[in-house]
Design a protein around this ligand. Structure first.
Ligand code: GFB
Length: 320
């Protein structure tokens, strides 16, 4: 079946729904779309629970978006993934299913779904090409989230094939930025270490605790870079294959801790908590296809951490 809308796809003057607009990714997309001349639609959770299919379909039928950025998800760091497997699997499968199916039913022109680099096999070749999907076993700590996100990719592909919907999916690496979750237990590594480093500085502590061995490598992308890439992809990409959207380089967890300490102004040693999991040893995306489409990131890790710390000091209520 022919895809209704091919590239280039214009969002100017269109009704664009950002599902998950209060989260770190969704709020960055809202910021980025401010200059695009589109009509931004949002639905707070109090108005619309995306896990309720009838409610999602009624909302879509009423608001009739032309395009959707599907950034709504139940997310968390390595420990949250391990301790809440049912939430990560159920919430994400149901949310994706409801939004994708509802978008097809109401004739949405284009939908961009957010996945994650954890969909790839634990021991995938590095950097990881999109073709590595489903070629090996997943990392056990985040298999539940990964399976749900793989289902999201497959939903987009299936609705493309059967109904001709222009639904695409993108795979970002570890993200960080404003409006992230800073809870030291359930958050991802970067906000967790930023909060811990800030507290250690305020309390004059001599050590910063990091989980695991500090040797795993991670690729970090500042969320405003991601939002810029997603708008570019929405306009210029229309293929069945998922698209990697990465920064192009990775660092060890010990290195990101050192960067955070430098930005925060904390002089301390690293103390390793070996009882906590390392997770996958490495997940660096091969973003060569995106680069060929003319996009590259603008914010380095050091700059991004500086921007985030400035935001944290100004905004976060968790500061002791
Ligand atoms: O960001 P993170 O929680 O998740 O942890 P993943 C990355 C690495 O940082 C792991 C180490 O090796 C952690 O052991 N780490 C060190 C810490 N100190 C800390 C700390 O204080 N807090 C946390 N959270 N980690 C996630 C997946 O995997 O990646 C998600 O679980 C998602 O599903 C996301 O895919 C992108 O990078 O291991």
């Amino acid at each position: 079946m022919n895809i209704r809308n091919c590239v280039p796809y214009s969002i100017e003057g269109k009704k664009v729904w950002i599902a998950g607009h209060l989260g770190m990714v969704g709020s960055a997309i809202v910021r980025r779309l401010a200059s695009e001349g589109c009509d931004i639609l949002t639905a707070p959770r109090s108005e619309l629970d995306l896990r309720r299919q009838a409610d999602v379909e009624a909302w879509l039928a009423d608001r009739r978006p032309d395009a959707i950025f599907m950034a709504a998800a139940t997310v968390g760091g390595i420990l949250a993934n391990e301790t809440r497997p049912a939430d990560f699997l159920y919430d994400n499968i149901v949310i994706e299913t409801n939004v994708v199916h509802g978008a097809m039913r109401t004739g949405v022109e284009k939908l961009l779904l957010l996945g994650s680099s954890c969909i790839y096999p634990r021991l995938a070749p590095q950097p990881i090409p999109e073709a590595a999907l489903l070629t090996g076993p997943l990392e056990p700590t985040n298999q539940w989230y990964a399976v749900a996100k793989i289902a999201g990719i497959k939903l987009c592909q299936a609705y493309r094939r059967q109904y001709g919907c222009d639904f695409i999916s993108t795979m970002p690496p570890n993200l960080y930025g404003p409006n992230d979750n800073f809870d030291p237990v359930s958050s991802h590594v970067l906000p967790a270490l930023l909060l811990k480093a800030h507290r250690a500085k305020v309390e004059g502590m001599q050590a910063l605790e990091i989980w695991g061995t500090g040797t795993p490598r991670r690729e970090f992308l500042y969320v405003d870079d991601l939002a810029d890439a997603l708008v570019h992809v929405m306009k210029t990409y229309s293929e069945e294959e998922p698209l990697n959207v990465g920064a192009g380089y990775d660092v060890t967890i010990a290195e990101v801790a050192q960067t955070i300490m430098r930005v925060v102004g904390l002089a301390a040693r690293l103390r390793f908590d070996f009882s906590k999991p390392d997770g996958t040893p490495r997940k660096l995306l091969d973003s060569g296809r995106l680069q060929k489409m003319g996009w590259k990131p603008a914010i380095s890790l050091e700059e991004g951490v500086q921007k985030l710390y400035a935001w944290f000091l100004e905004t976060a209520r968790v500061v002791p």
